[in-house]
Ligand binder design. Sequence first.
Ligand SMILES: Cc1cc2nc3c(=O)[nH]c(=O)nc-3n(C[C@H](O)[C@H](O)[C@H](O)COP(=O)(O)OP(=O)(O)OC[C@H]3O[C@@H](n4cnc5c(N)ncnc54)[C@H](O)[C@@H]3O)c2cc1C
Length: 302
Amino acid sequence: MRIESPRILAALRDLAVEHRPGASLAELTSLAIGGTTDLLRIREHRHLPALIRLLRTEGIEHRFLGGGTNVLIADGELPWVMLQLTSPQPDVVIEGNSVWVDAAADLGRTVTTCARRNLGGMEGLIGVPGSIGGALRMNAGAYGTEIGKYVREVEVYRAATGENETVRDSAISFEYRHTSFAPADVMLRARLELPSKPYEEILAGIRVCNEKRRSSQPLNQKSAGCIFKNPPGGSAGRMIDGLGLKGFRVGDAMVSDRHANFFVNAGRASCADMLGLIREVRSRVRAAHGCDLEEEVIVWNA
Ligand SMILES: Cc1cc2nc3c(=O)[nH]c(=O)nc-3n(C[C@H](O)[C@H](O)[C@H](O)COP(=O)(O)OP(=O)(O)OC[C@H]3O[C@@H](n4cnc5c(N)ncnc54)[C@H](O)[C@@H]3O)c2cc1C
């Protein structure tokens, strides 16, 4: 979608929004799949309610992008604009065991910044790419750690009220790759509470997790991490692997030959290729195991 009206462009400037016309989402996502649309980068959180009111009044639909590492986006010209937060500097502020972190901050860099101040707990999240906002939305987790465990409050744009609010952890439920925020809420900033730990000990934990990832995941290929959630008590990867589907492809979308729940863009895969692969693998798992795998990747199929 292209915004060309001089009136709307002027309103965006007044809200300190950076307007990038015709941005390629293939360049902004780890799968390297996705069409083009206008990208609106939000420099000041306080302007978000007014920006969303403006878009609604003008009948312009939007989606919200973090680091683009867990999304599969349609090809071609997209019928909505993409919003994204920019990160203020510094984006991580530490007071004792409390860490205020901006939603646009990089998750891995946050883990290492905290480690240098002898704050641990999040070692398992070191290799999860993307932003704090995306991690909060997805309740990102790995190797026995989930970000939700450390969240104490979140500043959030509430779609229900159209205002920015601060929400305490007691009012948020963090589940497996899911949180209780409404789909149109936008996380702006979070306060984490992290346990004190010596830097060397945190570093040792980080090295172990990095090594586990390197030895089991296709880190040099374009992916969105795990495509499916694990079913209760099971492993989607093991089910797919058990059906001999590593290396199976639809067009340039391929089941990784390293980790069967990672689907990679092995060339110039389109969104249709990836959706075709997801459909085919899901139907074979259903036929073999009677189990309907649910996507972990967020699909914006326009
Ligand atoms: C190689 C690789 C390994 C991975 N390993 C793991 C893993 O071990 N564990 C794991 O949990 N995930 C993993 N992932 C998936 C992904 O990194 C996580 O889900 C990550 O938290 C997504 O963050 P993001 O900023 O990239 O979100 P995006 O992909 O940009 O967005 C994901 C969702 O979050 C929403 N969102 C983003 N920012 C905000 C915000 N500020 N407010 C509201 N909603 C927002 C988007 O609208 C979208 O619905 C992996 C991905 C890759 C490529």
